[in-house]
Unconditional design. Structure first.
Lengths: 153, 153
DNA sequence: TGACTCATGTCAGAAGTCTGACATACCGTC
DNA sequence: GACGGTATGTCAGACTTCTGACATGAGTCA
């Protein structure tokens, strides 16, 4: 009977549990990636590029859930480090397609293994059916939040 | 058949979906709280204090999923703003119990309503049974990640 | 053709959070 | 009583990300 109507009961709030799970995953991934000298955004960028070569800065930003400004800062560092490449001039419009280099692929291979271990650990207690249910529910939450707020739209 | 074994297939990864949902929630909450001039951590801190008065800086940090250093920075600002109070000397040990002021409670009331609307929107498409399932699965993920990594422990 | 809208890449500044470090206080055991 | 381990509050510095702003290029429509 706590917080009757006025607030949000944290321990049972789906939003709070979502943040808690996300925070735990973030911590675990950070710990797995730290020995490799990588951040989560760094890894996400490389993984995105491996699966969809030629993605633009803005597309990478959306895929990694950061702003395109933040992704641009990262891409400049990755270019200097020789993990990705961007053409000097845009082939079309303003979009600069980003490509993984061999060095980038090698870096990703290590990171991907580390992250894979974390994901497997996270899913250890869930049956295949529960994993499917998790995907379905999480996708549902994303869809529901994608709709604009009543007051805004 | 993408990423056969070597990496993680993002679109079907529970971890990626979790981050996506968390990011969507974060964005929605940011937008809801911005008109009130509050951040998510600010709101989280106040909500935590409303439900469990006398929480310490470190306990608030854990509850809001930030470091105790970050929470301390926030608490100093909230003290200046007159939303919370801390005694000058610790009643016991080094722990300084934090308490909500009337001003803090009023601020929280507005924020809580805004956040509540976001949570309701997020859960709009889920039945009561699905919400229970969501809580159970998310709690399971947290527990699984709480166990130390095999290589570490 | 011209105007309007939208998306992109980029720069600059500010805000939030983090890591590292230190001193202090409790609790267990010896 | 003395010790080591643990947890706390705090300071300092650096990093990452964000918001705000601008110019460029594509697409749409009159």
């Amino acid at each position: 009977m706590s917080q009757a109507g006025s607030g949000i009961d944290l321990p049972t709030s789906v939003g709070y549990l979502l943040k808690q799970a996300s925070s735990a995953l973030r911590t675990a991934m950070d710990e797995a990636l730290r020995p490799l000298g990588m951040t989560i955004t760094h890894y996400s960028c490389l993984e995105l590029l491996a699966q969809r070569p030629g993605l633009s800065n803005s597309e990478l930003a959306r895929g990694a859930f950061v702003t395109r400004q933040s992704m641009n800062v990262l891409l400049q560092a990755l270019e200097r480090a020789g993990e990705v490449t961007r053409p000097d001039v845009a082939p079309s419009g303003r979009v600069l397609p980003v490509t993984l280099t061999d060095r980038g692929r090698r870096t990703l291979a290590q990171a991907s293994a580390a992250v894979r271990a974390v994901e497997l650990r996270m899913l250890a207690g869930l049956s295949d059916r529960e994993q499917q249910e998790a995907r379905r529910i999480l996708a549902g939450l994303v869809d529901a939040l994608a709709a604009p707020a009543p007051t805004t739209g």
